[in-house]
Design a protein around this ligand. Structure first.
Ligand code: DCP
Ligand code: MG
Length: 362
């Protein structure tokens, strides 16, 4: 179903993101060439305002070189916590239109608005609205690209930067790609671009004339991607980040157990592994769920919620034992023990939602 429909994809990329946030919050910096980063000898420019870019200053350039190019350049230390907060605010704006949001970094994301929450027909109208919201509510400027796949939407957002809005319509895509310099293709870095130049490929048109076998011989698996891109084909879906609702861990036992001592030992192992995972993922939750599978594959779960967060063995293990106390395993030997920590949130209707537990191995 979904595959046959033309998708509506938007790519949003904030303009000179860190620098624009600094100019917004410090009016005296507006209209001036600024670089976010340290001026010291070994410092690097994270990003530069558009005023500084006119002098050739750009991201990842050494601060020394940036100063040579633009002696009046003002260096501002970065404030990551503020950029993260703004990034969250931008995503809240996106969420008014769709939940299918794939962030690529703090200031960049793909949105699939094929079925959007506001039933707006044209993706370009959504892109316009998003730009307006970002300007009015956050006092920042974004560029947007609109097309029918990720590859083209990303190219489109870059095409008219800053404050850009560019649409690559399906009917015009091939014409656009044919003229596109090879450096602008997604995944083509300086090394690949040089190699393509040596092969006589400078523009999309020349890439399209290459056979699939030639491209895979030269570029391996990436050759298939270039072959498809040259034809405007990119079927990768917009993948929304999954918000973790739980962290779990389980063990299928070597043989079924029914003695209390054996059960306690296994519970200890599962709880220890669970605590390690919670720490590794920095997960916070206060509901513990015990899952038991019996010898006949029947399964039960038992949960308990505490006001305190569960992230230490000395809080989790006693609770796990308490939950296990409710299980009649002496009559029904156990083949699997699982424990998970989750974090139930109230949903919009104010009721407690049943949480899907994730016991997946990672
Ligand atoms: N960034 C960084 N180091 C880099 C590149 C980027 O720290 N080498 C940070 C600073 C940027 C932010 O990530 O503000 C976003 O990166 P972009 O590539 O989108 O660059 P900008 O948003 O700054 O500028 P543009 O208007 O070109 O998008
Ligand atoms: Mg940006």
């Amino acid at each position: 179903m979904q595959e046959n429909r033309i998708r509506k994809i938007i790519h949003i990329d904030m303009d000179a993101f860190y620098a624009s946030v600094e100019q917004r919050d410090h009016p005296e910096l507006r209209g001036k060439p600024i670089a976010v980063g340290h001026a010291e000898e070994r410092g690097v420019v994270a990003t530069a305002s558009y005023e500084a870019r006119r002098y050739g200053v750009h991201s990842a350039m050494s601060s020394q070189k940036a100063k040579r190019l633009c002696p009046q350049l003002i260096f501002i230390p970065g404030r990551m916590e503020v950029y993260k907060e703004v990034s969250g605010q931008i995503q809240e704006i996106f969420r008014e239109y769709t939940d299918l949001i794939e962030p690529l970094s703090l200031d960049e994301a793909f949105l699939d608005v094929t079925d959007n929450k506001q039933h707006i027909e044209l993706a370009v109208d959504i892109a316009k609205e998003i730009k307006q919201h970002i300007r009015k509510e956050l006092h920042l400027v974004a560029s947007a690209g609109v097309s029918y796949n990720k590859f083209l939407a990303k190219i489109a957002s870059d095409y008219r930067k800053p404050d850009g809005l560019f649409v690559i319509h399906p009917n015009r895509a091939q014409h656009f790609i044919d003229r596109l310099p090879i450096e602008s293709f997604w995944g083509v870095g300086p090394v690949t671009a040089q190699k393509m130049h040596r092969l006589g490929i400078h523009k999309g048109e020349e890439l399209k004339s290459c056979s699939l076998s030639m491209l895979t011989r030269q570029f391996g698996k990436a050759g298939i991607i270039y072959y498809n891109f040259a034809r405007g084909i990119d079927n990768r879906p917009v993948e929304a980040i999954r918000i973790r609702k739980s962290i779990g861990c389980e063990r299928t036992l070597e043989k079924d157990i029914y003695q209390r001592s054996a059960v306690i030992i296994e519970l200890y192992h599962v709880a220890t592994e669970l605590v390690e995972r919670l720490k590794r993922k920095d997960f916070h939750g206060n509901t513990l769920t015990l899952k038991i599978k019996f010898h006949d594959f029947k399964q039960i779960t038992r949960s308990i919620t505490q006001t305190k967060e569960l992230n230490e063995l000395n809080t989790i293990l006693p609770l796990a034992k308490q939950l296990m106390g409710e299980v009649d395993y002496e009559q029904h030997p156990i083949r699997l023990i699982g424990l998970s920590v989750s974090n139930p949130k109230e949903d919009e209707h104010g009721t407690w939602r049943q949480l899907e537990l994730d016991f997946s191995e990672e």
